[in-house]
Write a protein of this length. Structure first.
Length: 91
């Protein structure tokens, strides 16, 4: 259940990591009095086109890569706890 939740949350987090700096730069450009709206829009369009090439890869990586690592850690901790408990049992 947590793995499925992480796929969704991690995927959206990956998209946020890619898209937030682009929009932040666009809003900073729009707030600058010296630049025109057309320049900011062209800059935004270029950055969004560049992000389209890798945003889904980043989303998939942040959504899927941590899951096997987390499962390995959980299994390792379970194995460690079992090993420690087995060592303290009276024979």
């Amino acid at each position: 259940m947590l793995s499925v939740l992480w796929v969704v949350v991690g995927g959206f987090w990956g998209l946020k990591l890619v898209m937030d700096p682009i929009w932040k730069d666009y809003f900073a450009c729009s707030a600058d009095i010296a630049t025109t709206h057309e320049n900011c829009s062209a800059y935004l369009s270029q950055r969004l086109a560049d992000a389209d090439t890798y945003k889904w890869k980043v989303a998939a990586l942040t959504g899927l890569a941590p899951i096997p690592i987390a499962w390995l850690l959980v299994y390792g901790l379970i194995g460690l706890v079992r090993w420690i408990r087995q060592g303290f049992k009276a024979t």
